[in-house]
Design a protein around this ligand. Structure first.
Ligand SMILES: Cc1cc2nc3c(=O)[nH]c(=O)nc-3n(C[C@H](O)[C@H](O)[C@H](O)COP(=O)(O)O)c2cc1C
Length: 245
């Protein structure tokens, strides 16, 4: 038998099935998953930071508010927080209470060393140039007038709007700003309003700061709106607040 010649040899190809490659992941899907994860982590951090600082922020806010009350009523030695309710009732706010029932107006009664009423303080808010201007004002029942203001918070322009806390002539508006009520005690007798610098003719007007009329107006509106809401409820009940309880 003769050997098969090299030309007779047949090469039989062996097919090796390659493993099927997974389809490439779409970049959008990966991006959405990553963004979702990052958002969830950020959300957790934000919520954690909010909850962790809530008490400290509330305490700081309270301290700032109380400081403002003592600033606008310098004779005050102690203060108590009250709510003037829609029906006309006056309710003392207990320690730690923060929720204000709808329609109530918050105010502070300030007492001197002998426990006699040294004045009332209340907050007001008006739209300024950059944002809301939140102020505290002191009210003296004897003259039915505003006797001082302090800023609780504002974001007005440094050197322009923030003159409301430094301009002596502007602050002089608040030594005896008239907020008396009509004879039937239903509303303010006159609207408290800021007017252009130098044009004040009445005791209920505020001479604005030249170049900062917008912030000055915000202060006027804050006092007007707050006094309008509070005084008709408060004035008839002032005798109940005459001495520290
Ligand atoms: C950058 C910039 C910041 C300003 N910031 C205040 C501001 O904080 N409060 C304000 O009353 N007016 C601000 N003004 C000025 C007001 O645009 C406006 O001119 C002024 O309140 C009007 O006051 P006048 O009528 O007495 O001039 C600012 C103006 C500019 C250009």
């Amino acid at each position: 038998m003769s050997e098969p010649s090299s030309t007779d040899k047949k090469v039989i190809p062996i097919a090796v099935a390659a493993p099927e490659a997974a389809p490439p992941e779409s970049p959008t899907g990966a991006m959405i998953r990553t963004l979702g994860l990052v958002s969830a982590i950020c959300g957790l951090i934000i919520v954690g930071a909010y909850q962790g600082t809530y008490d400290a922020v509330a305490a700081n806010k309270r301290i700032a508010t109380e400081r403002a009350v003592f600033k606008v009523l310098p004779k005050a030695k102690s203060i108590a927080e009250f709510l003037a309710q829609p029906g006309g009732g006056i309710l003392k706010v207990g320690a730690g209470e923060t929720a204000i029932p709808a329609g109530s107006v918050k105010f502070f009664a300030a007492y001197d060393e002998s426990g006699k009423l040294a004045g009332i303080a209340a907050e007001g808010v008006g739209k300024g140039y950059a944002d809301n201007v939140r102020i505290m004002f002191g009210y003296q029942p004897d003259c039915q007038c505003v006797v001082g203001i302090g800023v609780v918070s504002m974001r007005e322009t440094p050197g322009i709007g923030d003159k409301i806390i430094t301009d002596k002539e502007f602050l002089a508006n608040f030594t005896a700003l008239d907020v008396k009520l009509k004879a039937d005690l239903s509303a303010l007798a006159n609207e408290v309003k800021a007017v252009k610098r130098g044009s004040k003719t009445n005791a209920w007007q505020i001479d604005a700061i030249a170049g900062a009329t917008i912030t000055s107006r915000a202060v006027g509106k804050a006092i007007n709106d707050s006094a309008q809401a509070l005084l008709p409820r408060l004035v008839p009940k002032l005798d109940t607040l005459a001495t520290k309880s």
